[in-house]
Design a protein around this ligand. Structure first.
Ligand code: CP
Length: 309
């Protein structure tokens, strides 16, 4: 697959070879990061971050990545309130205009497809930092990179997807990436917010096994990867609907006793209460390490998109 000059809008555009080359690059970037060094590979390049929906990790992570590669950042964390969208400027025009001032755009929006609309107007690559309940490709990449680093492989793994698999855009992105490695998916979701049927079919068509369970305590012993996600409160029609599902699954010390000794626990964060704080000190907990991996992965992605190999 080609990275240079491309929009990164969906995990579906990644193939196996592209993923592995990105992970090798991220591994090299991680060495720069851990040495506290700064590269000049993106000297003179400007990143614009356009966030129409709240974020802590994704925006800072992209900005940190760009700065560590010698580039510069222009940023708006509250596009809904403080951009010319309030004067009825369209997303298409916003993409067109910002692309005259930046070399790459990272955008997040609460509506699925909105980031694609920005990319239609843009004359520079646009990277999807989360669009509604559709996808969050770079978070999916970070998760799969973390599994690759921790387990040394991606094939022959049983990956647990636990939580809100309907509205959780991260599990959707994880599925589209991991399907290339024919992993076995073990889906644990409350009735009503299960993995969409079309996603299940996509996984099966790719040769993956997909199993379902309702009880985390029973299912956890099979998992090589325990992929936790929060219930996506902001995607429900109201508080009462959200409360039907909130707190359905909690990974605490007791439940973790039943997990494999070499399991890897991931979570895109933020967490609400689906992982107890007592789990944080367990060596299997990799979710805070994932944040660091995310900077390296995004350094690699920015380099591949902006520098012709
Ligand atoms: N994982 C993630 O997308 O976090 P933020 O919402 O804080 O960016």
């Amino acid at each position: 697959m080609k990275f240079y000059g491309q929009h990164i809008l969906t995990s579906g555009q990644f193939d196996k070879e592209g993923l592995l080359s990105l992970f090798e690059e991220a591994h090299a970037m991680q060495k720069i990061l851990e040495k506290g060094k700064k590269s000049s590979v993106l000297d003179g390049k400007v990143l614009a971050t356009l966030f129409f929906e709240p974020s802590t990790r994704t925006r800072f992570s992209f900005e940190s990545a760009m700065l560590r590669l010698g580039g510069s950042v222009i940023s708006n964390a509250d596009m809904m309130q403080t951009s010319s969208l309030t004067k009825m400027e369209t997303l298409y025009d916003t993409g067109k205009v910002v692309s005259k001032m930046a070399d790459v755009i990272v955008a997040r929006h609460s509506t699925g497809g909105a980031v694609s609309e920005i990319s239609r107007g843009s004359e520079v690559p646009v990277i999807n930092a989360g669009d509604g309940a559709f996808e969050h490709p770079t978070q999916g990449l970070i998760d799969v990179y973390t599994i690759w680093k921790e387990k040394g492989r991606l094939a022959d793994l049983t990956v647990g997807l636990v939580g809100d698999l309907k509205f959780g855009r991260v599990p959707h992105s994880q599925c589209k990436l991991l399907k290339h490695f024919k992993v076995k998916f073990l889906c644990v979701a409350p009735k009503g917010i299960e993995l969409p049927e079309e996603m299940v079919l996509e996984l099966k068509d790719s040769g993956c096994e997909v199993e379902f369970a309702e009880n985390l305590e029973q299912a956890i012993s099979e998992m090589d990867v325990i992929g936790m996600t929060r219930v996506q409160k902001e995607r429900f029609s109201g508080e009462s609907e959200y409360k039907k599902y909130a707190g359905s699954y909690v990974l605490d010390g007791e439940v973790l006793k039943k997990a494999k000794k070499d399991a890897v626990i991931i979570h895109p964060l933020p967490r609400v209460n689906e992982i107890s704080v007592e789990v944080d000190s367990d060596p299997r907990a990799k979710y805070f390490g994932q944040v660091r991996n995310g900077v390296a992965l995004r350094m690699a992605l920015l380099k591949k998109v902006l520098v012709e190999e």
